[in-house]
Design a protein around this ligand. Structure first.
Ligand code: SF4
Length: 285
């Protein structure tokens, strides 16, 4: 990857960004890679030498690294960041891979804590599906190493929190918000690992889903009964179906909305090489 500095950050910042400590420590997949869309990983591996990222796109990541380091230095409770490895062989066809993940904190009682530096908006929207998947993959990883996870939680640090907004809508009272993560049963964790490995190792690349592209307004719920009112837009199928399930009367259908693909537009490092995005049709590959 080529790092550019088009907006004049000082050398000290550029060097800190370049010094990214990320590693998967020899494994075929890290936990975060497994969760990522397969198309991103494949395009990254294919075009790594040509991908250009500017320092300004890496600053939130740098902030996250700094916060992790500060917490690690100060926290005396439990096991600090520790990397675990496990092997998985897929069901059909049999294919063995190694998976690794670095867990921020494992308390003595078996509870897993992950720290995230994120936006207040993200926290207001509640637990992200990807966060739930990540923490459950950590629980799976621990189980492969004969350790039982008892509880999962995410400590969010809101990088743009403003005291003046407290009391408005669902604005958090503090920039530190703890989110509890549902622990899946073992079978669901096993199935998820198997399914993710299979989509990553299959021969043909599957296109990114609207959720993976951080689509805004990807799904539209239309009332189909008389007097049902206006259609409503939702970002994920889960939000759309939750809304429909909560309606006590009436009938509804869910159709594709006129989506804006936030990740493709500004946050995907392989967008320049992506046939799905370059194709411009939203979902074609
Ligand atoms: S540009 Fe969009 S569709 Fe293409 S890999 Fe990135 S997120 Fe997926």
């Amino acid at each position: 990857m080529k790092l550019t500095n088009n907006y004049g950050a000082p050398d000290s910042i550029v060097d800190a960004v370049r010094n990214d400590p990320y590693t998967k420590d020899g494994a075929d997949f890290s936990v975060t890679e497994l969760i990522k869309p397969p198309q991103i990983r494949r395009l990254w591996n294919k075009h790594e030498d040509d991908i250009t990222v500017d320092v300004r796109e890496q600053i939130w990541k740098l902030l996250g690294t700094g916060v992790h380091a500060a917490i690690e230095q100060a926290d005396s409770e439990g096991t600090k960041e520790q990397r675990f490895h496990a092997e998985h062989t897929t069901s059909i066809p049999p294919y063995s891979v190694t998976i690794s993940g670095a867990i921020d904190l494992i308390r003595d009682d078996g509870s897993i804590v992950d720290y995230k530096v994120t936006s207040t908006y993200s926290v207001q929207r509640g637990l992200k599906e990807d966060w739930e998947k990540q923490l459950n993959l950590y629980a799976w990883l621990l189980r492969q190493n004969d350790i039982t996870a008892t509880k999962l939680s995410i400590v969010c640090i809101c990088r743009d929190w403003m005291k003046s907004r407290v009391g408005k809508y669902d604005y958090p009272n503090s920039p530190v918000v703890v989110l509890s993560v549902p622990m899946w049963r073992d079978g669901r964790q096993d199935d998820y690992v198997d399914q993710r490995v299979r989509v990553h190792v299959r021969e043909s690349t599957i296109p990114c889903t609207p959720e993976e592209r951080w689509a805004r307004g990807a799904y539209q719920v239309n009332p189909t009964h008389s007097g049902g009112g206006k259609p409503r837009s939702f970002d994920t199928m889960r939000e759309a179906t939750d809304y429909v399930n909560k309606q006590k009367t009436g009938s509804y259908n869910i159709v594709d909305g006129d989506a804006k693909y936030v990740r493709c537009e500004g946050w995907c490092e392989v967008a320049e090489f992506c046939p799905q995005w370059k194709g411009g049709r939203g979902n074609g590959s």
